[in-house]
Ligand binder design. Structure first.
Ligand code: NAG
Ligand code: NAG
Ligand code: NAG
Ligand code: NAG
Ligand code: NAG
Length: 369
């Protein structure tokens, strides 16, 4: 166990090799189907890794490709709930009529404790190394002394390799117990469903959480500063509270080529209600249940952050402004003292984050307050 962890940490120094490592794991999984009696997934994890680094990459690449080729027709149909009947539904309209089924769940996390803060981290099923990096950086549950933090990765089913990835996800989940997954397709236009899965989870399994943050996995997040500046554990918990970088009077993107395209059929109005931009926003635990319930009564749109704004509008709840500069939707160049006084900076992928993190965490130099 300890050895495995150490190995994973070593692997993280070099993300490209982790990607290769995961690809190889996947490939082995395919092979495993045929050699099931010879390996258990655990053996593969222990035997894999550094040993493979010296192998002939082109050969592995070739076999990997053909392994993928062979599984191309593997539909994740066994995992996925059939979509409700299509009447006159626009393809971008998000389907949220019934609850999706949990394929991975952690229903008992909050039986003993009421966490002060839940980190809901959006992740795609295949991004094993990203999750591992986040666990060791801002996802660390014990990073703020005296504050109980609960980390959960939210994921769904890979549109092509859902079945193949499931065994790996189950393995990872059994080690870390921090992944929840529902049976919808993990696509960009289904992102809203992931956020709603987080709201559903809090409503059903952790209604006593005081606050939660929805975080993308390509951000820098300063949990300590967020807790001390915004959430202030010594004060009574805020209710009906959501904050972040707020956009007001934003208009739907009607250009079909845009990543953020929202057709009139899905959202007819000319402007959106105020909303907190997606990479990272914070809300009080009581809002999770309210959002989860109101979402079932209105048309769900494919922009998850806008949709949270629509839910709050429907609930008659206003967003709360946050001090300027705490939530940065654009990239900001790393400087230790600047980053010690922000909450979110967008566009920090795991590789870059791993480079700045040791300096950020280093307590030896202090910043003027
Ligand atoms: C999490 O943070 C605590 C306290 O700073 C530290 O002792 C621990 O090693 C960290 N865990 C990981 C996985 O980095
Ligand atoms: C979202 O997931 C549902 C359920 O798996 C699926 O039927 C639908 O095609 C997905 N929508 C998009 C836009 O990917
Ligand atoms: C939530 O808190 C209330 C009041 O403190 C308590 O009665 C209830 O058992 C708690 N529920 C959970 C799920 O912890
Ligand atoms: C959209 O416009 C209609 C008609 O003006 C209005 O009643 C409704 O509240 C608006 N919805 C939102 C989410 O702004
Ligand atoms: C929300 O803000 C609007 C406009 O500033 C204000 O009229 C309204 O009373 C506020 N609602 C609540 C619940 O605070």
């Amino acid at each position: 166990m300890k050895g495995t962890r150490k190995m994973l940490i070593n692997q993280l120094q070099n993300l490209p090799s982790v990607v290769l490592f995961c690809s190889i794991l996947l490939f082995l999984l395919v092979a495993m189907k045929e050699l099931e009696s010879l390996f258990s997934p655990h053996d593969i994890k222990l035997k894999g890794g550094p040993d493979f680094a010296g192998n002939d990459k082109s050969a592995i690449g070739f076999e990997w490709e053909s392994a993928l080729e062979r599984t191309r027709e593997t539909k994740p149909s066994g995992l996925i709930s059939p979509p409700p009947p299509v009447a006159t539904r626009h393809p971008l309209e998000v389907i949220y009529s019934t609850d999706y089924k949990f394929l991975l769940n952690e229903p008992n996390k909050c039986q003993e404790i009421s966490p002060f803060l839940i980190l809901l981290v959006i992740t795609e099923p295949q991004h094993f190394s990203t999750r591992q990096a986040i666990r060791q950086m801002w996802g660390n549950e014990s990073s703020v002394p005296g504050v109980s933090i609960l980390r959960l990765f939210l994921t769904a089913v890979h549109p092509k390799f859902g079945y193949l990835l499931q065994a790996l996800l189950e393995e990872e989940s059994s080690i870390h117990r921090d992944i929840i997954q529902q049976d919808f397709l993990d696509t960009y236009n289904n992102l809203t469903l992931k956020t709603l899965m987080g709201m559903e989870w809090i409503s059903k399994f952790c209604p006593n959480a005081t606050y939660a943050v929805k975080a993308d996995s390509d951000i820098f997040l300063n949990v300590n500063y967020m807790v001390s500046q915004l959430l202030q554990p010594h004060l009574p918990p805020k209710k009906n509270y959501m904050t972040g970088h707020i956009y007001r009077n934003a208009k739907p993107m009607r250009d079909k080529a845009s990543k953020w395209y929202v057709p009139r059929e899905v959202y007819p109005n000319e402007t959106y209600p105020p909303y907190c931009v997606g990479p990272g926003y914070v809300f009080s635990g009581d809002l999770a249940m309210k959002i989860y319930q109101v979402a079932k009564t209105i048309k769900v749109i494919n922009m998850e952050d806008v949709f949270m704004g629509i839910c709050l509008y429907e609930l008659g709840i206003n967003m709360t402004n946050s001090p300027l500069g705490l939530f940065n939707p654009f990239k900001v160049k790393y400087e230790k003292c600047k980053f010690s006084k922000v909450v979110v900076v967008h566009h920090y992928g795991p590789e870059e984050l791993l480079q700045i993190w040791p300096d950020f965490r280093d307590q030896s130099q202090t910043c003027k307050s």
